[in-house]
Design a protein. Structure first.
Length: 313
C-alpha cells in the first residue's frame, strides 16, 4: 500500500486557507459585536442601570429626593409584616386567577367560532381588536360613566323600576369594586387574545379537522383533540404573559378607583406608587418593586424549566 505524502507547498496553502477562514470569522464576530454595541449601551442605560439603582435604593431609607441612608434588609423585613402589602398580594392573586380563566376562555371560544366562518372574518377581528387599541384612560373613563352610581346604566335601570338597581354602586362598593375594574380590563383584553389565538389556529392543518368529521366527531371534539393541542405553545405563552401582566397591573385600577374604596382594589402597583410619590417612601417602594421582579423571574425560570423538560411550551 502506497501512502500519499502532501507536499510542503500543499500544506502551506492549506494552512493559509485555514488562517484566512479564521480571520474572516473573527472579523465577522467583531462586526457583529460592533453592530450590537449601541443596543447594549441603550439597554445598560435604560434597563440595567435603573435596575441596579432600584435594588440599591431598596436597601436604603430614601424619600426620593435627599440623601439615601443605607439600612440593609430593613425594608424587606418591614415588607414581610406590612398588612397592606399582604392585602395587595391577595388582590393580585385573585386578579391573576380571574384573568387566567375568563378572558382566556372567552378568547379561545371567540377565536374557534371565528375560525369556522369565512365571510366578514376580517371585520369581526377588527371589532374584537378595537378595545385593545383604545388608550386605557379613555376605556376607563367610558366605563366609569357607564357604571356611574347616579347617572350610569344601573341608575337608569333603577329609575325604570327594575328591582335591585336603586342606588346600585360598582366602583364605590368594597364588595364589587375589584370585580368591576376586572370587568373593564377584561373587556379591553379578551379581543386581543381572540386575534392571537385565531392566528395560531390558522396554522393547524385543515385535514386534522376533516379526519375528526369523518370519524363522526362533534365541534367540541374538534376543539379538544385538534385545536387545543395545535395551539398549546401559544396558549402557554398567553398564560405566562397574563401572569406577568397581572403582577404588574396598575393603569385601570389607578384610573378608576385609585386602589379604593377602603383598599378593596389595592394592587401592589398602586400601593407602590402611593408609597413612592404620595408618602415619599421611595426606598420602601423600591423594595416592593424588587420583590415583584423576583416573583416574575421565578415564573420565567419555571417556564424555562418546563420547556427543557419537553412539556411542549
Amino acid at each position: 500500500m502506497i501512502e500519499q505524502v502532501s507536499s510542503p507547498r500543499a500544506l502551506s496553502t492549506s494552512a493559509r486557507g485555514v488562517g484566512r477562514k479564521r480571520s474572516r470569522m473573527r472579523s465577522q464576530r467583531i462586526a457583529g459585536w460592533l453592530c450590537l454595541t449601541p443596543f447594549i449601551l441603550l439597554n445598560v442605560l435604560v434597563i440595567l442601570g435603573p435596575s441596579i439603582a432600584t435594588f440599591y435604593y431598596s436597601l436604603t431609607d430614601w424619600n426620593g429626593l435627599g440623601t439615601a441612608t443605607y439600612i440593609g434588609l430593613g425594608n424587606y423585613r418591614e415588607l414581610m409584616h406590612d398588612q397592606n402589602f399582604r392585602q395587595a398580594l391577595v388582590h393580585v392573586a385573585i386578579w391573576t386567577g380571574l384573568f387566567l380563566t375568563v378572558p382566556i376562555a372567552m378568547g379561545l371560544l371567540g377565536a374557534f367560532l371565528l375560525s369556522q366562518i369565512t365571510r366578514f372574518q376580517l371585520l369581526f377581528r377588527l371589532i374584537y381588536f378595537i378595545p385593545y387599541t383604545i388608550a386605557s384612560a379613555v376605556n376607563a373613563s367610558i366605563w366609569k360613566n357607564i357604571f356611574d352610581k347616579n347617572q350610569g346604566m344601573f341608575a337608569q335601570l333603577g329609575e325604570l323600576g327594575v328591582p335591585g338597581f336603586s342606588n346600585f354602586a360598582i366602583f364605590g362598593s368594597t364588595d364589587r369594586a375589584l370585580w368591576g375594574v376586572a370587568w373593564v380590563d377584561n373587556w379591553h383584553w379578551w379581543g386581543f387574545l381572540v386575534v392571537i389565538f385565531l392566528a395560531a389556529m390558522r396554522t393547524i392543518d385543515a385535514e386534522l379537522y376533516d379526519a375528526v368529521k369523518i370519524d363522526g366527531g362533534s365541534r367540541w371534539r374538534e376543539f379538544r383533540d385538534v385545536t387545543l393541542p395545535g395551539i398549546r405553545p401559544t396558549l402557554v405563552f398567553v398564560v405566562l404573559l397574563t401572569i406577568i401582566a397581572s403582577l404588574l397591573v396598575f393603569d385601570y385600577v389607578y384610573i378608576i378607583t385609585q386602589g379604593g374604596p377602603a383598599g378593596a382594589t389595592e394592587m401592589v402597583g398602586t400601593l407602590l406608587y402611593k408609597r413612592a410619590f404620595e408618602l415619599f417612601e421611595a426606598g420602601y417602594a423600591a423594595a416592593m418593586g424588587v420583590t415583584m421582579t423576583i416573583m416574575s423571574v421565578i415564573i420565567m425560570v419555571l417556564y424555562r424549566y418546563m420547556q427543557r423538560r419537553g412539556w411542549d411550551v
